[in-house]
Design a protein around this ligand. Structure first.
Ligand SMILES: Nc1ncnc2c1ncn2[C@@H]1O[C@H](COP(=O)(O)OP(=O)(O)OP(=O)(O)O)[C@@H](O)[C@H]1O
Ligand SMILES: [Mg+2]
Length: 258
C-alpha cells in the first residue's frame, strides 16, 4: 500500500470549493512537486493532510491508518510533518530553541522539557547537536542564539525548513521552501532536502512557485488547478502539457513566462 493515499478529498468554504475531489497516492521515498496557479488549492490540500482543517468529504490514509479527523499533533507524531507558507516561528525564542520544538499547530506536550537545560539528558543533547548541524547546513548557525525577530524573511523560511528536518518524519509537506530565499540559498535548501531524503528514505511533497529550482530536484510533478489535479508527470512533460500551460498562463509556454 502507498505511504499516503487520498480518495475523493474535498474542502468547501461556504459556497466555494477549494479542493474538489482529489485522488492521490505517494509511495515511500518519492520526491514530488506540487504546483499550480495562485488559489488552486495547494495549501488547502496541505491543511487537510496535516489535520489543520477537516475535509468536507473524502478519506486520507497514511502509513496504514485512516487519519482524516485526527488532530494535528497526532498526525505529526504519526510521521506526517508540514511547514507553513508563512513561517510560524516562536517569536520570543531563539533560533536554536525553535529547532527543538515541533511546528506550531502540530505541537504535542512532550518537547517542552527540552527547553529546560537542567533536565537535558543524552537524548536532548543529541537533538541539540543535530539542531546545530542542520543550522550549519542552512547557514543559520551564527544566529542560533539570536531571537527569531532578528532574522530576515529568507532566514525565517530557512529556519522553518531546517526545523522540519528535526523530527522523524516519514512524509514532509513543504509549502514554498524557497519563497523569498536568494537563488543560491534556495538550491542549498533543496540540496539539503534531497540529502536528508536519501539518508532517511522519507517522502517529500513540495509546493514551490520557483519552477526552475523545483524541476531540478523532483521525481515528478503534480499540477493542481481550481481544486483538482489536472496533470502528473516528469517536469519536462508537465512543462509542455497544454492543460498546464493553459492553467498557468492561458497560452504562453511555462519556460517563457517562468
Ligand atoms: N480559510 C479559508 N476560508 C475561505 N476560503 C479559503 C480559505 N483558505 C483558502 N481559501 C480559498 O481556497 C482557494 C484555494 O486557496 P489555497 O490557499 O489553497 O491556494 P494555493 O494553491 O495555496 O495558492 P498560492 O499559490 O497563492 O499559495 C482560494 O480561492 C482561497 O481563497
Ligand atoms: Mg498556498
Amino acid at each position: 500500500m502507498a505511504l499516503l493515499e487520498v480518495k475523493g478529498l474535498q474542502k468547501d468554504f461556504g459556497g466555494a470549493t477549494a479542493v474538489a475531489g482529489v485522488d492521490l497516492a505517494l509511495e515511500a521515498g518519492e520526491f514530488v512537486g506540487l504546483i499550480g496557479p495562485n488559489g488552486s488549492g495547494k495549501t488547502t490540500l496541505f491543511n487537510l493532510l496535516s489535520g489543520v482543517m477537516k475535509p468536507t468529504k473524502g478519506e486520507i490514509h497514511f502509513d496504514g491508518q485512516r487519519i482524516d479527523g485526527w488532530p494535528p499533533d497526532r498526525i505529526f507524531h504519526a510521521g506526517l510533518v508540514r511547514t507553513f507558507q508563512v513561517p510560524r516561528l516562536f517569536r520570543n525564542m531563539t533560533t536554536l530553541e525553535n529547532m527543538l520544538l515541533p511546528p506550531e499547530g502540530q505541537l504535542g506536550e512532550s518537547p517542552w522539557h527540552a527547553l529546560w537545560p537542567k533536565r537535558w539528558r543524552a537524548q536532548e543533547l543529541q537533538l541539540a547537536e543535530k539542531a546545530r548541524a542542520v543550522l550549519e547546513t542552512f547557514k543559520l548557525d551564527h544566529a542560533a542564539l539570536q531571537g527569531t525577530t532578528e532574522l530576515s524573511g529568507g532566514q525565517m523560511k530557512l529556519l522553518e525548513a531546517a526545523r522540519s528536518l528535526m523530527g522523524k518524519a516519514k512524509l514532509l509537506l513543504f509549502d514554498e521552501p524557497a519563497a523569498g530565499v536568494a537563488p543560491a540559498l534556495a538550491r542549498r535548501v533543496f540540496d539539503q532536502l534531497r540529502r536528508m531524503q536519501r539518508e532517511t528514505g522519507m517522502t517529500l511533497l513540495v509546493i514551490e512557485h520557483r519552477l526552475d529550482v523545483l524541476f531540478e530536484y523532483v521525481d515528478y510533478v503534480i499540477v493542481m488547478d481550481r481544486g483538482r489535479i489536472i496533470a502528473r508527470g516528469k517536469p519536462a512533460e508537465v512543462a509542455r502539457d497544454p492543460r498546464v500551460i493553459e492553467a498557468y498562463f492561458g497560452g504562453t509556454s511555462v519556460g517563457e513566462a517562468g
